[in-house]
Design a protein around this ligand. Sequence first.
Ligand SMILES: Nc1ncnc2c1ncn2[C@@H]1O[C@H](COP(=O)(O)OP(=O)(O)O)[C@@H](O)[C@H]1O
Ligand SMILES: [Mg+2]
Length: 300
Amino acid sequence: MFALEVNHIVKTFNDKKKNIVIADDDVSLTVEEGKIYGLLGPNGAGKSTLISLISGILTPTSGTISVFGTDIVSQTVEAKKMMGIVPQEIVTELAFTVDEILHYMGGMYGVPLEERKDRIGEVLRDLDLEEKRYEKARSLSGGMKRRLMVAKAIMHKPRFLILDEPTSGVDVALRQKIWELVRRMNKEGTTILFTTHYLEEAEQLCEEITLIHHGRVIKQGRLSDIQKEFSENVVTFELFRPDVTHLPHVSKQGIEFHYPITTHLDQNMSEVIQHYGDNLRSVKSEAASLEQIFLKLTAN
Ligand SMILES: Nc1ncnc2c1ncn2[C@@H]1O[C@H](COP(=O)(O)OP(=O)(O)O)[C@@H](O)[C@H]1O
Ligand SMILES: [Mg+2]
């Protein structure tokens, strides 16, 4: 069962000044239930627009989106109940207390009144916000407000949690905390979709990604496959005594030597080790970092 199916979505904004195609007809993606999925792209790529389409805030110009098989346009309420959305911007009712805000959210998403109190306690414990329960949202720090946004989204224990740039502008400690929470919720069965322009985040959290740029999908698939595709196909090594008989096709690059991978990385690596033995100062084969891949793919 897919938690999310996005089929050939197009969204055009008919602005007076601009007619922007956010997503052309090849924005399609599927998220399998139980996964953590990354939606990547530089600023302005269309990530938040796609999230708004998935969460039913915007209506697609064409194409369909379903959440656990439920169409977001024709069955909006049912589909929305299965999702929790943490928007990119902090939007919350500053004049109310954390407790009031979460009561309201729980009510809106159908958490029975008698369960709400315990659920609020649980969520606040998870997010380390317990001591702020009866404080006004206005008095929370930026990081706490962001955690409150997550708390609001998970009050009704959604099967599918969507986070739009959850860690942009937060400090390292909170970033770790959010990652931990995402991993824990995922272990407990929640499917996760998050957006980021921060690549380490994708490397840390998910196996599969879609990379969008100017409203178009430019890469999609398993991170490991994408990295393999872009990885350098050479074994790089340094020698203590460079003046020796070399393997065929070895070339010198500064103080390093490059040996092209012809059959299989492991095999070529062991050929180098066997041939040079004690003379090896270092030997490595570098997979391209996601950062490099991203820059290459979004260069124009
Ligand atoms: N309501 C709108 N009307 C016109 N243009 C919009 C609207 N919403 C978003 N856009 C445009 O769509 C593009 C993608 O924006 P967005 O989805 O916010 O990107 P991202 O979240 O990847 O940074 C931007 O060029 C933005 O100006
Ligand atoms: Mg955005």
